[in-house]
Design a protein around this ligand. Structure first.
Ligand code: GLU
Length: 298
């Protein structure tokens, strides 16, 4: 299978300029390295009717093109089940009955590694297990053999982060993002993962899981987010941030595309044109404050 990059939006609503900028970057990274570019709809959770169609329309409107068929996670249950079965057979999973609150309380203990599951259900004896099963449905966790893992990132260099006994399948039966993303990227032949740097902290967990499943670890590039004037991640409440809102304010998709390209130090015009000037070494490393569309570029 030829190598590929991807964009993997969650169809929870309209894409905003931050998502569109990440999509442009993922496209540029893939195309500039001769990779295919795939689109995966991460609809296991938070999917909203109609959102996918609008997201695809908006990606096309700013010139992001993709190869082959779109993949949807809800069509891929058996793949996730196989991976989980493989981990279970290797003794690398266990049932967890903790509520969110119990985890928060235990995780705030003085010596708990930050953000890590404290292992409460790791070694339940058969009687405890039976009792807990009678009380509530269980989630499935990974029995991690390490506490940290290091990944290489094109923009961040070496990054070491916590690996805990993270959830593989939630107690409502839904497969967890960290499992699905690893299985999907491998199955789709994706060997380059470009996404927002809010996901960098989860990446050591994913790379470690890939290593357990004998999956090659992809190249990572975690790109800076777009933020509002307060420095917080851009959200719908920050005003006109989707192509629909911006069109109402008089800005065409092309104008938005050009504004996003300018924020990356790239020339206006088609993405093919921007590709000629694209060099990851010259990308801004800081979050970009969305200036709105009415104001002139500072
Ligand atoms: N679906 C995730 C999101 O929209 C992206 C996951 C990924 O790129 O790995 O935030």
């Amino acid at each position: 299978m030829t190598s590929a990059g991807r964009f993997a939006p969650s169809p929870s609503g309209e894409l905003h300029v931050g998502n569109l900028r990440t999509a442009i970057l993922a496209w540029l990274f893939a195309r500039s390295t001769g990779r295919r570019f795939l689109l995966r709809v991460e609809d296991l959770d938070r999917a909203r009717t109609g959102a996918e169609a609008v997201q695809l329309r908006d990606l096309s409107a700013i010139g992001v093109t993709w190869d082959g068929d779109i993949v949807r996670q809800t069509d891929r249950g058996p793949l996730y089940d196989q991976a989980i079965a493989r981990l279970a057979e290797a003794g690398l999973t266990y049932e967890c009955f903790c509520t969110r609150r119990e985890i928060q309380e235990a995780a705030s203990a003085p010596h708990a590694p930050q953000g890590a599951y404290p292992g409460t259900c790791r070694n339940l004896d058969p009687a405890e297990l039976e009792f807990k099963r009678s009380l509530r449905p269980s989630a499935l966790r990974l029995r991690a053999g390490v506490a940290a893992f290091t990944v290489n990132d094109v923009l961040h260099g070496q990054f070491t982060g916590v690996v805990d006994d993270f959830v593989l399948r939630r107690n409502d039966g839904v497969v967890a993002y960290n499992l699905a993303v690893v299985v999907d990227d491998a199955e789709q032949g994706i060997d380059q993962v470009v996404r927002g740097d809010d996901l960098l902290p989860s990446t050591p967990r994913q790379a470690y899981l890939a290593s357990l499943l004998d999956i090659p670890i992809p190249e990572y590039a975690h790109v800076p987010l777009v933020v509002n004037r307060d420095g917080a991640r851009l959200a719908k409440r920050d005003g006109a941030v989707t192509l629909t809102d911006l069109a109402q304010a008089g800005a065409s998709a092309e104008a938005v595309r050009d504004r996003l390209l300018a924020s990356l130090g790239l020339p206006a015009g088609t993405l093919d044109h921007a590709l000629e000037a694209f060099d990851p070494a010259h990308l801004p490393r800081e979050p970009w404050v969305w200036p709105g569309i009415a104001q002139p570029e500072p």
